[in-house]
Design a protein around this ligand. Sequence first.
Ligand code: NAD
Length: 478
Amino acid sequence: MPGFDYAPAPESRSIVDIKPSYGLFVSGEFVDPVDGTAFKTISPATEEVLAEVATAGPSDVDRAVQAARSAYASVWGTMSGRDRAKYLYRIARIVQERARELAVLESLDNGKPIRESRDVDVPLVAAHFFYYAGWADKLAHAGFGPAPQPIGVAGQVIPWNFPLLMLAWKIAPALACGNTVVLKPAETTPLTALVFAEICQQADLPPGVVNIVTGAGETGAALVNHPAIDKVAFTGSTEVGRLIAKAVAGTRKRVTLELGGKAANIVFEDAPIDQAVEGIVNGIFFNQGHVCCAGSRLLVQESVADQVLESLKRRMTQLRVGDPLDKNTDIGAINSAEQLDRIRRLSEIGSSEGAERWSAPCELPDRGFWFAPTIFTGVTQAHRIAREEIFGPVLSVLTFRTPAEAVEKANNTPYGLSAGVWTEKGSRILAMADRLRAGVVWANTFNKFDPSSPFGGYKESGYGREGGRHGLEAYLAY
Ligand code: NAD
């Protein structure tokens, strides 16, 4: 591999104490599921079994919802915002104190590089709790009327790509507004949510305010369909989002859906090319491309396309793929065998439909789930790899000549979650941002997240906003 040789720099996993098995977190305690069934969670980098985790059936979900209802009625729904904030600040501080442990555990269970879990995921988790702690006693000034009220019990279902961060996006605003929650983490990445349950205990959070039920889609469906929840918050695929929208239609439940994406990352000829190349790499290879807002379609102006592609390929040969716990690693493991199959299948379709495939030369480990960073050139708008979410380290490259063509192509997608614009002209950034049908538009950067800024989609990327002041709205009755 060109570039530097690095000595391995593995982060020690001794800081994490993974238990052989985990129960469900209901009413402030870990309990066994009623029917006693469990599933295994593995490290996608080694296929090693990390732990056994309980599967929550309908009666377990019911128990968790009842716990949340009673905590809502007896303590949390009536507690002052000032007091709720104290708990949220406490949780935020404990997350910071246990940051290294959480980062190692996230990398083990998810496969993401420790550099990202340590420097992005976990700091953002703490930041979300700090941010929403700040809102808890100021809700009357948030723009939702003089006395906004909590909704009740929220049923929250999250995906595997940012397990703890998605938990924070869901739980922090819900609790700040006075709601209680039942959260279901994804079946391939339940472990950090279960350590978060321990953090709730450590913070002396009143029992039942946060309940965690583990399991697969059936557990999620049992939660979403439970008659005693007041609000559904879902992040995941558009396919499941549709099922959920149908399931709650006609009920009194409020719902927010954060779904898939197929973002355009648009590079104009006047962009600082080296900086743009870094942004392209960050846009699609961050978190192995398992990012709903990933810049998975590169739209590059024809006049600089060759130059950009040459630099991009050179940069890609320097990406280090491998052990997620090694601090030098840029790209870790694909989260599951199933996801790897999907990435392979769509990549094969890309080649068979006529796009040209190029993968960075790199040695992939023998065990575990891996995919080399890959780009497709000669992609047309009709190709499936330009239309469907691959959710992996695969970039589809298209070109354009004029800003109008860039807008047309960028918006030619069923999704509308994010977009990126690279240019030195401020006026062009504003004009493009105005015309792009995307919830977030980044300018001369990509994949930047902050708790104070709202996030969400248009079209099949879902509805509702999370983050920022806007993120409070979904959890308030006003
Ligand atoms: P998924 O939809 O398969 O699963 C998401 C969650 O839903 C999991 O916890 C799963 O167990 C649960 N689930 C599955 N079937 C269910 C059902 N019928 N009822 C209720 N819950 C059910 O998605 P995934 O593969 O875990 O995640 C990847 C997807 O998530 C991608 O499409 C990605 O774009 C999207 N995503 C979106 C955002 C966003 O903010 N818009 C963020 C992260 C991921």
